[in-house]
Design a protein around this ligand. Structure first.
Ligand SMILES: Nc1nc2c(c(=O)[nH]1)N[C@H]1C(S)=C(S)[C@@H](COP(=O)(O)O)O[C@H]1N2
Ligand SMILES: [Mo]
Length: 197
Protein backbone atom coordinates (compact mmCIF):
# COMPACT_ATOMS: atom_id res chain seq x y z
CA UNK A 1 0.00 0.00 0.00
CA UNK A 2 1.27 3.45 -0.89
CA UNK A 3 0.50 6.23 1.53
CA UNK A 4 0.15 9.60 -0.20
CA UNK A 5 1.69 12.46 1.80
CA UNK A 6 1.84 14.94 -1.10
CA UNK A 7 -0.80 17.05 0.68
CA UNK A 8 1.51 17.93 3.57
CA UNK A 9 2.08 21.36 1.94
CA UNK A 10 -1.32 22.42 3.36
CA UNK A 11 0.38 22.70 6.74
CA UNK A 12 2.85 25.25 5.31
CA UNK A 13 1.28 27.06 2.35
CA UNK A 14 -1.49 27.25 -0.22
CA UNK A 15 0.42 25.80 -3.17
CA UNK A 16 1.85 22.35 -3.55
CA UNK A 17 4.81 23.83 -5.46
CA UNK A 18 6.71 26.09 -3.01
CA UNK A 19 7.53 29.67 -4.11
CA UNK A 20 10.46 29.98 -6.52
CA UNK A 21 10.40 26.28 -7.43
CA UNK A 22 9.72 24.75 -10.86
CA UNK A 23 8.50 21.24 -11.48
CA UNK A 24 11.03 18.79 -12.90
CA UNK A 25 9.90 15.65 -14.67
CA UNK A 26 13.30 14.10 -14.00
CA UNK A 27 14.99 13.06 -10.78
CA UNK A 28 18.40 14.73 -11.17
CA UNK A 29 21.39 13.59 -9.12
CA UNK A 30 22.99 16.27 -6.92
CA UNK A 31 26.00 15.37 -4.78
CA UNK A 32 28.90 17.39 -3.42
CA UNK A 33 31.29 14.68 -4.62
CA UNK A 34 31.13 11.22 -6.10
CA UNK A 35 29.00 8.24 -5.11
CA UNK A 36 30.73 6.42 -2.23
CA UNK A 37 31.10 2.66 -2.32
CA UNK A 38 29.75 0.44 0.45
CA UNK A 39 29.93 -3.20 1.48
CA UNK A 40 26.79 -5.05 2.51
CA UNK A 41 28.77 -7.23 4.95
CA UNK A 42 30.40 -4.41 6.91
CA UNK A 43 27.85 -1.59 6.48
CA UNK A 44 26.20 -0.59 9.73
CA UNK A 45 23.61 1.94 10.74
CA UNK A 46 24.57 3.58 14.02
CA UNK A 47 22.56 5.71 16.42
CA UNK A 48 24.28 7.56 19.26
CA UNK A 49 24.19 10.63 21.47
CA UNK A 50 21.21 11.56 23.64
CA UNK A 51 19.51 8.15 23.52
CA UNK A 52 18.74 5.48 26.13
CA UNK A 53 20.34 2.78 24.00
CA UNK A 54 22.88 3.29 21.24
CA UNK A 55 22.20 1.15 18.16
CA UNK A 56 24.38 -0.52 15.60
CA UNK A 57 22.35 -2.38 13.00
CA UNK A 58 23.62 -4.51 10.15
CA UNK A 59 22.13 -4.12 6.68
CA UNK A 60 19.95 -7.22 7.23
CA UNK A 61 18.81 -6.01 10.65
CA UNK A 62 17.90 -2.64 9.19
CA UNK A 63 15.91 -4.24 6.36
CA UNK A 64 13.94 -6.28 8.93
CA UNK A 65 12.56 -3.13 10.60
CA UNK A 66 8.94 -2.10 9.93
CA UNK A 67 8.77 -0.09 6.72
CA UNK A 68 6.31 2.02 4.81
CA UNK A 69 5.89 3.19 1.21
CA UNK A 70 4.95 6.81 0.63
CA UNK A 71 4.30 9.11 -2.31
CA UNK A 72 6.14 12.33 -1.54
CA UNK A 73 7.32 15.56 -3.15
CA UNK A 74 11.00 16.54 -3.28
CA UNK A 75 12.20 20.16 -3.26
CA UNK A 76 15.81 20.98 -4.13
CA UNK A 77 17.08 24.33 -2.87
CA UNK A 78 18.54 25.04 -6.34
CA UNK A 79 14.97 25.41 -7.63
CA UNK A 80 13.64 22.13 -8.98
CA UNK A 81 10.93 20.03 -7.38
CA UNK A 82 9.98 16.45 -8.13
CA UNK A 83 6.34 15.69 -7.47
CA UNK A 84 5.03 12.35 -6.27
CA UNK A 85 8.17 10.27 -5.92
CA UNK A 86 7.60 6.87 -4.33
CA UNK A 87 9.98 5.95 -1.50
CA UNK A 88 10.05 2.87 0.73
CA UNK A 89 11.80 2.87 4.07
CA UNK A 90 11.81 2.93 7.83
CA UNK A 91 10.18 5.93 9.53
CA UNK A 92 12.46 8.14 11.62
CA UNK A 93 10.03 7.65 14.51
CA UNK A 94 10.70 3.89 14.41
CA UNK A 95 14.43 4.48 14.95
CA UNK A 96 13.73 7.09 17.63
CA UNK A 97 11.51 4.59 19.48
CA UNK A 98 14.06 1.78 19.17
CA UNK A 99 16.87 3.89 20.61
CA UNK A 100 14.69 5.72 23.15
CA UNK A 101 15.31 9.43 22.66
CA UNK A 102 16.31 11.13 25.91
CA UNK A 103 14.22 14.06 27.12
CA UNK A 104 17.20 16.43 26.78
CA UNK A 105 17.57 15.74 23.03
CA UNK A 106 16.58 18.75 20.91
CA UNK A 107 18.44 18.37 17.62
CA UNK A 108 19.62 15.69 15.20
CA UNK A 109 22.73 15.31 13.04
CA UNK A 110 22.66 12.86 10.13
CA UNK A 111 25.99 11.35 9.05
CA UNK A 112 26.74 9.84 5.64
CA UNK A 113 29.36 7.67 3.94
CA UNK A 114 30.70 10.57 1.83
CA UNK A 115 31.41 12.67 4.93
CA UNK A 116 28.24 14.71 4.38
CA UNK A 117 26.30 15.82 7.43
CA UNK A 118 23.03 17.70 7.81
CA UNK A 119 21.11 18.78 10.88
CA UNK A 120 17.50 19.37 11.84
CA UNK A 121 15.57 20.20 15.00
CA UNK A 122 14.30 16.98 16.57
CA UNK A 123 10.67 18.06 16.16
CA UNK A 124 11.20 18.35 12.38
CA UNK A 125 12.43 14.74 12.33
CA UNK A 126 9.65 13.19 14.42
CA UNK A 127 7.18 13.28 11.54
CA UNK A 128 5.68 10.36 9.65
CA UNK A 129 7.10 11.47 6.28
CA UNK A 130 10.73 11.48 7.41
CA UNK A 131 12.00 8.13 6.19
CA UNK A 132 15.25 6.22 6.00
CA UNK A 133 14.56 5.12 2.45
CA UNK A 134 16.06 2.09 0.71
CA UNK A 135 13.48 1.78 -2.05
CA UNK A 136 12.48 4.06 -4.92
CA UNK A 137 9.64 3.21 -7.31
CA UNK A 138 9.49 -0.37 -6.04
CA UNK A 139 13.19 -1.04 -6.68
CA UNK A 140 16.31 -0.70 -4.56
CA UNK A 141 17.26 2.96 -4.28
CA UNK A 142 19.87 3.66 -7.00
CA UNK A 143 23.30 4.37 -5.51
CA UNK A 144 23.65 7.85 -7.11
CA UNK A 145 20.42 8.76 -5.28
CA UNK A 146 21.83 7.55 -1.96
CA UNK A 147 21.61 3.76 -2.00
CA UNK A 148 21.74 1.72 0.11
CA UNK A 149 20.01 4.21 2.42
CA UNK A 150 19.05 7.87 2.38
CA UNK A 151 16.84 10.23 4.34
CA UNK A 152 13.86 11.92 2.69
CA UNK A 153 12.39 15.15 4.06
CA UNK A 154 9.52 16.31 1.81
CA UNK A 155 8.65 19.14 4.24
CA UNK A 156 12.19 20.58 3.87
CA UNK A 157 14.63 21.39 1.08
CA UNK A 158 16.23 18.16 -0.02
CA UNK A 159 19.72 18.92 1.32
CA UNK A 160 18.20 17.85 4.65
CA UNK A 161 17.89 14.35 3.24
CA UNK A 162 21.31 12.77 3.64
CA UNK A 163 22.12 10.26 0.93
CA UNK A 164 24.25 7.23 1.94
CA UNK A 165 23.20 7.84 5.55
CA UNK A 166 24.76 5.46 8.06
CA UNK A 167 24.54 7.39 11.32
CA UNK A 168 22.16 9.45 13.38
CA UNK A 169 23.33 11.51 16.32
CA UNK A 170 20.89 12.96 18.84
CA UNK A 171 22.11 16.28 20.22
CA UNK A 172 21.32 18.28 23.35
CA UNK A 173 22.04 21.52 21.50
CA UNK A 174 21.93 22.50 17.81
CA UNK A 175 24.99 21.95 15.64
CA UNK A 176 25.40 22.80 11.95
CA UNK A 177 25.86 20.27 9.15
CA UNK A 178 27.86 20.52 5.91
CA UNK A 179 25.71 23.01 3.95
CA UNK A 180 24.43 24.65 7.11
CA UNK A 181 28.05 25.61 7.99
CA UNK A 182 28.29 27.11 4.49
CA UNK A 183 25.32 29.46 4.80
CA UNK A 184 22.29 27.32 4.12
CA UNK A 185 19.30 27.42 6.44
CA UNK A 186 19.07 25.12 9.44
CA UNK A 187 15.27 24.97 9.23
CA UNK A 188 14.93 24.99 5.38
CA UNK A 189 11.15 25.35 5.07
CA UNK A 190 10.47 25.59 1.29
CA UNK A 191 7.15 27.44 1.71
CA UNK A 192 8.93 30.22 3.64
CA UNK A 193 11.84 30.10 1.16
CA UNK A 194 14.26 29.44 4.00
CA UNK A 195 17.17 28.82 1.64
CA UNK A 196 19.92 30.64 3.53
CA UNK A 197 20.56 30.79 7.26
N1 LIG B 1 25.44 12.33 1.56
C1 LIG B 1 24.97 13.32 0.80
N2 LIG B 1 23.66 13.59 0.87
C2 LIG B 1 23.13 14.57 0.13
C3 LIG B 1 23.93 15.37 -0.71
C4 LIG B 1 25.32 15.07 -0.76
O1 LIG B 1 26.12 15.69 -1.46
N3 LIG B 1 25.79 14.03 0.01
N4 LIG B 1 23.36 16.40 -1.45
C5 LIG B 1 22.08 16.91 -0.95
C6 LIG B 1 21.41 17.79 -1.88
S1 LIG B 1 21.96 19.39 -1.97
C7 LIG B 1 20.27 17.40 -2.55
S2 LIG B 1 19.38 18.46 -3.50
C8 LIG B 1 19.81 16.00 -2.52
C9 LIG B 1 19.83 15.47 -3.93
O2 LIG B 1 19.35 14.15 -3.97
P1 LIG B 1 19.37 13.42 -5.39
O3 LIG B 1 20.79 13.38 -5.87
O4 LIG B 1 18.81 12.06 -5.12
O5 LIG B 1 18.51 14.23 -6.30
O6 LIG B 1 20.64 15.16 -1.72
C10 LIG B 1 21.13 15.78 -0.55
N5 LIG B 1 21.80 14.80 0.23
MO1 LIG C 1 20.24 20.56 -3.16
Amino acid sequence: MVEDVTDLYREFGDERLPPGQRESSEFPVLSKGGTPSWDRETWSFDVWGAVEEELSLSYEEFRDLPATTQRQDFHCVTGWSGLGFEFTGVPFTEIADLAGVRSDAVHVMFHALDGYTTDLPLSDCLREEVLFAYGYDGEDLPEPHGGPLRVVTPHKYAYKGAKWVDGVEFLTEPEAGYWEQRGYSQTANPWNEERYG
